[in-house]
Write a protein that binds this ligand. Structure first.
Ligand code: HEC
Length: 122
């Protein structure tokens, strides 16, 4: 095998690795917390995270203000992780905070917890 052939094989395996991982089930990589927040959270928590998303007026319980150091500072990382993964009910809060365990991986949820800590500066 000469160097060119080896280079071709390496290139081919690099190009197929990601789609293969995706086909074999499970995501090959985690979406960034910014993207996930923009996709799954802003409808209720708002694009700026203050809890005034487009759905907020029709919710009986108002979504948490993720920029409030007072509100968010009272919650442990475990509490936040659980609320996102298993929904509000799992931490004694409203069912209107849905569970995301089916669409987000544990790693993505951990990244979101870190992202929320940045938002609340707490
Ligand atoms: C359908 C609307 C809705 C969506 C979508 C939503 N939330 Fe919520 N969320 C709520 C409501 C309502 C509450 C307040 C629950 C309460 O206080 O009883 C809440 C509360 C929370 C809390 C505080 C939990 C606690 O223990 O006080 C966190 C953290 C949170 N949401 C994170 C998220 C994240 C992250 C996403 C996106 C992955 C998200 N939420 C998407 C409605 C929503």
């Amino acid at each position: 095998m000469n160097a060119t052939t080896i280079r071709r094989i390496i290139l081919a395996s690099m190009l197929t690795a990601a789609p293969m991982a995706a086909l074999m089930g499970g995501k090959a990589w985690a979406e960034s917390p910014v993207d996930n927040y923009g996709l799954f959270c802003v409808q209720c928590h708002g694009t700026k995270g203050v809890g005034r998303g487009i759905n907020a007026p029709s919710l009986a319980v108002q979504p948490r203000n993720h920029t409030s150091a007072k509100d968010m500072g009272a919650l442990s990382d475990d509490n936040i992780f659980k609320a996102i993964k298993e929904g509000g009910v799992s931490v004694g809060k409203s069912t209107q905070m849905p569970p995301f365990g089916g669409v987000l991986t544990d790693q993505e949820i951990k990244d979101l917890v870190k992202y929320l800590r940045v938002m609340c500066k707490c």
